[in-house]
Design a protein around this ligand. Structure first.
Ligand SMILES: CC(C)(COP(=O)(O)OP(=O)(O)OC[C@H]1O[C@@H](n2cnc3c(N)ncnc32)[C@H](O)[C@@H]1OP(=O)(O)O)[C@@H](O)C(=O)NCCC(=O)NCCS
Length: 203
């Protein structure tokens, strides 16, 4: 293990400004498997490209409403570089030290009004084991700790698993069909507890 004077347990470079270390946790899936959830880091970008390669065409379509041959590296860089407040992404990973396998990503991004848009993607082999539920809960809790009250999701109308997941965790305020997709605006259903968001560092 690399000894990192910053105390970073990953033994990698130091955390970027505002990195919410408090969002790091180990969660047990339904079958007892432990996975690590943490906020994304810019250095995760190549792992997003690799994870996209392993996503089935159906899952990729459900997530992006399109199937790309590869996740463009500049998209991956954009998706891996967030400010941890207005834009946040959590990843789930498993493995040892620097060989951690990225299993899933959950994120919110600012959208037109005050309801940031959430999106999740779980690698197919890791779906239906409770990971989507754990990540959605962690994401909503982190958003609420950052002052976000409402979230938005665009979900394909036949994606019952994602629609059910949102209905279980959100009080739906608005539901609107547009073509093949449904837009949902919702508030998290139960009070969620998360450590307070860090105060942003002054530039
Ligand atoms: C949708 C998605 C995020 C859900 O994550 P997940 O880890 O598979 O979900 P979970 O294991 O937490 O299960 C959620 C619930 O769906 C249920 N479920 C599982 N498979 C299902 C299916 N085919 N249809 C309907 N419900 C299903 C599970 O039983 C579970 O309910 P329970 O908690 O009452 O048992 C994940 O499947 C995924 O990444 N899909 C592809 C991309 C996508 O659709 N993204 C959403 C874009 S907004």
């Amino acid at each position: 293990m690399v000894n990192d004077p910053s105390g970073n347990p990953r033994g990698l470079r130091s955390d970027p400004p505002g990195y919410p270390r408090e969002l790091e946790s180990d969660v047990a899936l339904r079958d007892g498997t432990l996975v690590r959830i943490r906020a994304i880091l810019p250095e995760d970008a190549p792992r997003l490209v690799a994870a996209y390669d392993r996503l089935s065409a159906q899952s990729a379509y459900q997530r992006f409403f399109a199937v790309m041959r590869r996740l463009p590296p500049d998209w991956a860089r954009f998706h891996a570089t967030v400010d941890y407040r207005q834009r946040l992404a959590l990843i789930a990973e498993r493995g040892v030290e620097q060989e951690m396998e990225l299993l899933a990503v959950a994120r919110y991004e600012p959208s037109d009004d005050d309801a940031p848009e959430i999106a999740l993607a779980i690698l197919d082999a890791w779906q239906n084991r409770g990971l989507g539920t754990a990540l959605l809960r962690a994401l909503l809790a982190a958003g609420q700790a950052r002052g976000i009250r409402k979230f938005r999701a665009w979900v394909l109308a036949d994606n019952t698993r994602m629609l059910d997941l949102i209905h279980r965790h959100g009080e739906i305020e608005r539901r609107r069909r547009e073509g093949a997709a449904v837009e949902l605006i919702f508030t998290p259903r139960s009070p969620v507890t998360a450590p307070p968001a860090p105060t942003p560092r002054s530039a």
